[in-house]
Structures are given as C-alpha cells and as structure tokens.
Design a binder for this molecule. Structure first.
Ligand code: SAH
Ligand code: SF4
Ligand code: F3S
Length: 454
C-alpha cells in the first residue's frame, strides 16, 4: 500500500466521469498520488443507479476491492454518487471497509473528509445533504497543474426537476441548480488557456439552464453565445438537452454559431404518444418531429443521436413499432437503448402492465438491429460523398494502420472517431487536421489528410 495514494472507479454518466476527474485533481492538489487498486490507500467508487445493472456493479466493485486489498482495514473505501445518495449510511453495514459515503452534492466535501478519515481510523463520515445552490468546487482546474487535453467538459448545472416517470435522477441528484454564468465562463477560459480546443457543457437538462431559482438571469442560448465567443474555442457541444425545453433560440444557435458542432444528442425515449404521456416526457411524436425539422432547417448537416427505452410498462407491440418508425423518420446516427428497469421511488415502478423479459429482450434486439442499419448507412454516406472533414486529434490509434505513416485517432465535428495516417516523429494530439473520408468501419471512419495539421 502506498501512503497518501488514491484509486477511483467510476460508473455512470459523463457527470460522474467529470466528478471523478475533479476528485482526482483535488486529491492531487492535497498531495495525494494516483495508484492502482492493488497499491491505493484510498479507493473511491463513484456510483450510478439509473438502471438495475449499473447498481449491481457497485456491489461487485466493493467485493472486488475487498478481494484485491485482502480486506486490509487500513484501506479507506469511499462510495460516492447516485447509489451513495440513495443507500447512504447503509453502506457502512454492507461493507466494513467503507468509511465514507458522499452523495451528489456531498462529493464536493470528499477531499477534506478523506484527509480527516485517514487521521481518525475508526471514524465514519456521510455527506448526504443536498445544497440549496450550486457549490463551486475547490482546487478547480489549473490549481493541480494537470493539463486538460484538447477536449474539456464543463459542468453548468446540478440536478433535474423533470421527474420522468421511470427516472431516479431527480432523487439522486436533487433539484435543478444552475451554476453562475461567470463561474462557467471562468472555467471555460481556464481550460482554453491550458490547451483545450473543444468544450462540452454538461448537465441533466442543459437547455433548462437558468430556469431555476439559482439562475442568474442568463438563458442557455445566451450562455452558448458567450462560451462560443471565447478566444481559442474551436468546437462547442452540450449534453443533455430535453426536447420540451429546446426553444427557438436554441435552434437558431445551430445556424448562428459556427463553433457549435452539427451533432445533437436529443433523447426521444419512445415513439408512441401514449407511452410518452405515461413517461411524463411532455412532448409528443409530432412535436419532436417538428423540432427535428427546425433543427435541420437551421443546420442541414446536423446529425442526431438519442436515448431510447423499450418495454416501458404498458408498451404494446404497436407502441414499439412507433419507436422504430420515429427512429427511421429522425434518421438517428446512433442511440443508447435500454430495457425499462424498475427504480424504487420512481412512479413507473408502481405502473401496471410490466413487460415480460423475453419480450423486452426481443424488442431491444430489433431496435438495435435497426440502429445498426441506420448507423451503417449514415457512415457509408460519408464515404460515398468523400466527405471533407476536420479532425481534432486525440492520440495515436489503438491499432496501427496499414499505411507507411503511423495512424492517429481524432474526432470529426459529429463526434465520430476517425483514423488518419499522420507524419511520424511528432505528437499530433490537440491539432486540427483537414481530411477526406475514405472508408467506414463498424463505428468509426478512415480518412486521408489533405492539409498540414494546425
Ligand atoms: N437527463 C438525460 C439522461 C438521463 S439518464 C435525459 O433526460 O435524457 C440516461 C438515460 O437512461 C435516459 O435518457 C433513459 O433513456 C435511460 N433511463 C433512465 N431511467 C431508466 C430506467 N428506469 N430504465 C431504463 N432506462 C432508463
Ligand atoms: Fe431523468 Fe427525465 Fe431528468 Fe432526464 S429529464 S434526468 S430522464 S427525470
Ligand atoms: Fe447514473 Fe446518477 Fe448519472 S444515476 S446516469 S450517475 S446522474
């Protein structure tokens, strides 16, 4: 075991990934070093409870930690994130190595709590209160000396007020709390100064930014404009918007802001109006299609991706067919799809009409087959058009290419991984490269360079 060392295991969405990265930086700023699970003195599991499977993974992660560390009582285990928020101090009884539980807001106090727990080996601490406002985090980027890389994520809000019938997030992340625009812009400037060229704004319902008591009067569209105007920013993205909150200014931003990438992840969840109503999504299929039309009018090359749930309680085969029809109508380039999973506390857990697992599996299989087909066609069209595209390089390709020059991986403005041979002997990370698409793989593209990296 290495004294003052940490290891973080992360499950869940990009907000959890972002929280874990922050926790790592904050611990580094306090003199800790990162270590493998075998060597770490402090192990934090950042958890997700959005569906049953991710929740199960938490308990198996704790079992693995006990196994790898031999149950060493000097190893401090912390559980953070959404399952910690729900189960709270229950973790202390489940696993004796756990001495810290930190919920969604409580994680901001985790670095100080970890130092205290190391000094007091019999102490247990729980940080489960929701705060009434967005808490700015200590040791923000820049203080730890770590570089942000070419692609940075910036949190703009915490929580969600929507209470979709299936969803646990409003319970685990609390009410929506917008961060101040000034703090967001400061963090964006800081990551740009440290070399980022692309920023993704993060939140559970980003386009409702500013529409809570904690907002400072800045709307999401205004925030987008302010961030897009920062010097050095080449690309801007955001996740996740809610279709009901996509206003005309949000649509217009796709026409007006060249930095805003032509890719939008817009969760549809289901195609049937009956199911959408029962999910409490507050839009119907016609409104969603109108929104897609408006977005494509603003940005004709816009690519859409989505989240879909199959086998919501009461979903008939006909309802499911409506989902498939909507997928075709919207031509989603990709989607995340899930079988509905009961979440204790969420309304739908009490709904009648639960769907048998084999029917659910069969719907998911058919949905994913359609998505594979739509995705493959979308990629093939890029090859057919010999699409000219700019890549933001992220690093060497995991597999060597066949050309004389080494292969590098970057992302195009649609977020698709693209492999391109680049001159040997240089680090191309963070450079932009003009390319032409030549070939499609299952989930990625191959390209050749048509200009010098800049
Ligand atoms: N705030 C985002 C994402 C929330 S969670 C949004 O509003 O879309 C990510 C995805 O998990 C959701 O979009 C939904 O498709 C899926 N999901 C959430 N709860 C679920 C449940 N109980 N069962 C199955 N899928 C679920
Ligand atoms: Fe969950 Fe709905 Fe909020 Fe998304 S908008 S986090 S699906 S409650
Ligand atoms: Fe999971 Fe919590 Fe994110 S439930 S999806 S980690 S908000």
């Amino acid at each position: 075991m290495i004294e003052k060392s940490y290891h973080i295991i992360t499950f869940g969405c990009q907000m959890n990934v972002h929280d874990s990265q922050w926790l790592g930086r904050a611990l580094t700023a306090r003199g800790f070093v990162e270590a493998s699970l075998e060597d770490a003195q402090v192990v934090v599991v950042n958890t997700c409870s959005v569906r049953e499977k991710p929740e199960q993974k938490v308990m198996s992660a704790l079992g693995r930690i006990r196994h790898v560390t031999g149950g060493n009582p000097d190893v401090l285990v912390g559980v953070a994130g959404c399952v910690a928020q729900q189960l709270g101090e229950g973790f202390f009884n489940k696993e004796s190595q756990v001495r810290l539980v930190a919920g969604s807001d409580g994680i901001s106090g985790a670095p100080a709590a970890i130092e205290r727990l190391l000094e007091e080996p019999t102490l247990h601490l729980s940080l489960l209160d929701f705060t009434s406002h967005y808490v700015e985090r200590e040791a923000g980027p820049g203080t730890s000396g770590s570089s942000s890389g070419p692609v940075a994520f910036v949190n703009i809000m915490q929580g969600c007020d929507n209470f979709c019938a299936y969803c646990i997030v409003p319970f685990t992340r609390g009410r929506q709390k917008s961060r101040s625009a000034a703090a967001i812009l400061d963090e964006c400037r800081a990551v740009l100064e440290r070399g980022a060229r692309e920023i993704t704004l993060l939140g559970q319902n980003v386009n409702a930014f500013g529409q809570d008591k904690r907002g400072d009067g800045t709307s999401f569209a205004q925030l987008l404009r302010q961030v897009a105007g920062l010097p050095g920013l080449e690309r801007l993205r955001y996740v996740t918007p809610h279709p009901k909150d996509m206003g005309p200014e949000d649509v217009a931003a796709f026409a007006e802001l060249p930095q805003l990438c032509p890719r939008l992840h817009l969760p549809l969840q289901a195609g049937s109006d009956v199911v959408l109503r029962s999910m409490r999504r507050r839009y119907d299929s016609a409104a969603f299609l109108r929104l897609v039309d408006d977005l494509r009018a603003a940005r004709p090359d816009l690519a859409l991706s989505t989240d879909l749930i199959v086998a919501f309680p009461g979903e008939t085969e006909e309802d499911f067919q409506d989902t498939l029809a909507m997928m075709r109508a919207c031509n989603f380039m990709s989607s995340f799809s899930f079988i509905y999973s009961d979440r204790p506390g969420a309304r739908a857990a009490l709904f009648p009409g639960k769907i048998a697992p084999d029917v659910a599996q069969d719907r998911l299989r058919r949905l994913q087959a359609l998505q594979d087909d739509l995705g493959a066609r979308w990629l093939a069209a890029r090859v057919e058009n010999r699409d000219k595209t700019t890549l933001l390089m992220e690093g060497p390709s995991p597999k060597p290419g066949e050309s004389a020059e080494p292969s590098w991986q970057g992302r195009d403005p649609y977020g698709v991984p693209v492999h391109v041979p680049l001159p040997a002997g240089a680090d191309h990370t963070g450079f932009l490269v003009q390319t032409v698409i030549t070939e499609a793989k299952k989930h990625s593209l191959l390209a050749v360079r048509t200009g010098e990296p800049w």
